[in-house]
Design a protein around this ligand. Structure first.
Ligand code: NAD
Ligand code: ZN
Length: 231
């Protein structure tokens, strides 16, 4: 039996694209997934960017436009509210949309970067803006800015991954929300928590590759099941 949330000292919400599905942000693999329409190798790899930066930016500007229309859903808000009442709540997300922060979450580790941030290809300067589309694609130094997100083949940001690893090893409860568990190494993080004795809960309307690994499964959407769990 899952105990009352307040009895768990350190809680991690491990979130993926399904967390934002009810806000209207498309998932990758599910119905209406973005990669069904676009060949990712042409749009979301460093090689593609080196070859045709403007084309890759056109695609990312479409994503900026789409996400700019979206607002946090009830699930994002419930997690943020819990953080304000509970001694230790942390979000570890694979999402790049920034919706957790818009809902008020402060303790967050973004494993795959952020769509609203850019990094200069040459001088590494980081800039942030919610402009959609982003017009000025060049840094002051003249080089291209690239989206500061993790593309296929990129490695995860070290600092974030290490922080997430530490957090997983220390927590008592992991609630995984809307992730297919197919994107590595992020998918391995709940394994660390389980090995360290944490209780694992999965929220997903579908059974995933990793479902059997969880102690409890709440089959339903993020907003439905987070309302049941927290609301
Ligand atoms: P995924 O697309 O591989 O899987 C999404 C999962 O969400 C599926 O298991 C699906 O069954 C589930 N789901 C669908 N609707 C749901 C709902 N309403 N409530 C709860 N679950 C629901 O996504 P992933 O595992 O996060 O991995 C894909 C990678 O792409 C990640 O890096 C992810 O961050 C990135 N991505 C991010 C966004 C975003 O920032 N919102 C959107 C698409 C993809
Ligand atoms: Zn620069």
């Amino acid at each position: 039996m899952l105990r009352r949330l307040t009895s768990y000292k350190r809680i991690v919400f491990f979130t993926g694209a399904g967390m934002s599905a009810e806000s209207g942000v498309p998932t990758f693999r599910g119905k209406g997934g973005i990669w069904k329409k676009y060949d990712y190798k042409s749009y979301a790899t460093q090689r593609a960017f080196d070859r045709a930066p403007e084309k890759v930016w056109d695609f990312h500007n479409l994503r900026r436009d789409a996400v700019a229309q979206c607002t946090p859903n009830k699930g994002h808000r419930l997690i943020a509210e819990l953080e304000s009442k509970h001694p230790h709540v942390m979000v570890i997300t694979q999402n790049i949309d920034g919706l957790h922060q818009l809902a008020g979450t402060r303790n967050i580790i973004e494993l795959h970067g952020n769509l609203w941030r850019t990094r200069c290809e040459s001088c590494d300067r980081i800039q942030e803006s919610r402009e959609a589309p982003l017009i000025d694609l060049r840094c002051e130094c003249g080089a291209y800015r690239r989206p500061d997100i993790v593309w296929f083949g990129d490695s995860l940001p070290k600092h974030e991954f290490n922080a997430a690893t530490r957090e997983m090893k220390r927590c008592n409860l992991v609630v995984s929300v809307g992730t297919s568990g197919l994107v590595h190494p992020a998918a391995e993080l709940p394994v660390l928590a389980k090995k360290s004795g944490a209780t694992l809960v999965e929220i997903n309307p579908e059974t995933t590759e990793t479902s059997k690994f969880f102690h409890h499964r709440l089959q339903g959407t993020a907003t439905e099941m987070l309302t049941q769990l927290i609301g």
